[in-house]
Design a protein around this ligand. Structure first.
Ligand SMILES: [Zn+2]
Length: 255
């Protein structure tokens, strides 16, 4: 990655421009080529926007970014998040918003990129969507031990409090990941099933973490789904506090 560094009083600070190449982002495949190129610093948020991003989108995302729980912003800036928007109703990956990266690599090589679609930006969900996506960045920088301990708590909570058959997730999106994991638990033993189960469990834990934080920060998020999950959310927030020292809430000054 090459960059033009900004100097203030002889001190170098964040570069005003970053040029991200294919070499920096091995996760970039043919349909994601647009996520390489020139990214410009938006000083109020510290985020780097694709040079084509309209000013209105930079402003809106930066404003929302400054409302996020501090640990989410810290994770995003630490990992060097870049951002782009699309006029299409969905992202290149087919969602309303998405964050891409090489999650299995060391932090310095994850090179995450956030894409937000028109469907996300032009509605009330732009803030909870940003919370959800930045939660992936927070999740990526937690230790394996903390994540395992958190996942253990999730599983115990389901088994002791709800029972798998009656378990209602905080959103349909999270429920689909839970159901996928449970399907594999009940599936007959076959080659590779154990590792598929583990992957599904980790996926559910991660996506339900993102959805829970989004709901904790923005209580009206997906309220139309009419799920009664106050107890689950409370228990989950306790688990986040215990294992990640994380207590999600929007920053008071910006609410
Ligand atoms: Zn997600």
């Amino acid at each position: 990655m090459s960059s033009n560094t900004v100097y203030v009083g002889g001190e170098s600070i964040a570069p005003a421009v970053r040029n991200v190449t294919w070499t920096d982002r091995p996760w970039v495949r043919r349909q994601y080529q647009q996520f390489c190129g020139r990214f410009e610093l938006y000083e109020t948020s510290g985020l780097y926007f694709d040079a084509q991003t309209p000013e209105h989108d930079r402003q809106l995302i930066s404003l929302n970014f400054l409302k996020l729980p501090t640990p989410l912003c810290k994770a995003a800036l630490y990992l060097g998040l870049t951002v782009s928007t699309t006029k299409n109703p969905s992202t290149a990956s087919g969602n309303h918003s998405a964050v891409y990266g090489d999650w299995e690599r060391p932090h310095a090589q994850i090179s995450p990129h956030l894409e937000m679609s028109a469907a996300s930006l032009n509605s009330a969900v732009s803030l909870p969507h940003l919370v959800h996506e930045c939660c992936h960045l927070f999740w990526a920088v937690q230790s394996k031990a903390a994540k395992l301990a958190y996942i253990q708590r999730l599983v115990v909570l389901v088994e002791e409090r709800f029972g798998a058959a009656n378990f209602v997730e905080v959103s349909k999106y999270a429920q689909d990941y839970f159901d996928e994991w449970r399907k594999l638990i009940d599936a007959p033993p076959e080659f590779g099933i154990a590792s598929r189960r583990i992957r599904a469990l980790e996926k559910w834990a991660m996506e339900s973490f993102c959805e829970s934080v989004a709901k904790a920060c923005c209580p009206s998020y997906k309220e139309g789904e009419m799920r009664s999950t106050e107890y689950l959310l409370e228990a989950r927030l306790l688990a986040m506090k215990a294992e990640f020292h994380f207590e999600p809430a929007l920053r008071a000054a910006s609410q």
